[in-house]
Design a binder for this molecule. Structure first.
Ligand SMILES: N[C@@H](CCC(=O)N[C@@H](CS)C(=O)NCC(=O)O)C(=O)O
Length: 188
């Protein structure tokens, strides 16, 4: 099994954490934007190859590896809702980040301002959510933790207005394989 991705992507990080937690052997193939453009129809990372199978989104990759291990993926509706909220927040923040790299600022686009507002309202919603503390392998917990890790790594947010998320992220550091998959400082 080969996981293609970067060491900074939060979507890739989530897949790495789960593969490591499951003890599923895999090769990590570091993949930049040029390579993902050629090797995946989405032109994004992560993607996964297992024999003849290719999966092109972190959600299907997670469903696949959990299914292989006999584990459910987002079986509880609360877990699914929290996972997708965090995912939407992350997708909007990544979108703004990519536009800024192309020198298009939020102030120049009404849609990017909507994306920015979406990031804030979702963080407020997640902050008010009683995030579970028990099952640290839950995919919603991992997705929120990976999202917060990336938002801070890329200086997209301050956690000051979100005290519960601050405490959540502190607790998340003890999730198995979470810390060791953090985006490396030298790639900042
Ligand atoms: N829905 C995708 C999102 C993946 C994604 O946005 N990956 C980013 C890296 S964090 C990417 O490859 N961006 C390149 C691009 O958009 O061209 C997933 O969950 O796998």
């Amino acid at each position: 099994m080969e996981l293609f991705g970067s060491y900074t992507s939060p979507f890739v990080r989530h897949c790495r954490v789960v593969l490591l937690q499951l003890g599923q052997p895999f090769d990590f193939v570091e993949t930049d934007m040029a390579a993902s453009s050629q090797k995946s129809p989405t032109k994004r990372v992560p993607f996964l190859r297992d024999g003849a199978r290719q999966l092109t989104d972190s959600s299907t990759i997670l469903q696949y590896v959990r299914q292989k291990a006999g584990q459910p993926f987002l079986a509880e509706i609360e877990d699914a809702e929290r996972y997708h909220l965090a995912n939407t927040c992350l997708a909007s923040a990544v979108n703004i980040f990519q536009f800024e790299r192309d020198k298009i600022a939020v102030s120049q686009s009404a849609y990017l301002q909507r994306e920015e507002a979406r990031v804030k309202t979702i963080l407020t919603t997640l902050n008010d959510d009683p995030l579970p503390t028990g099952d640290t392998a839950a995919d919603s917990v991992l997705r929120v933790a990976c999202a917060l890790g990336w938002l801070l790594f890329r200086n997209r947010i301050s956690l000051e207005p979100y005290p519960k998320l601050t405490r959540f992220l502190e607790r998340a550091q003890s999730i198995r394989h979470f810390q060791e998959t953090a985006p490396p400082e030298h790639l900042r």
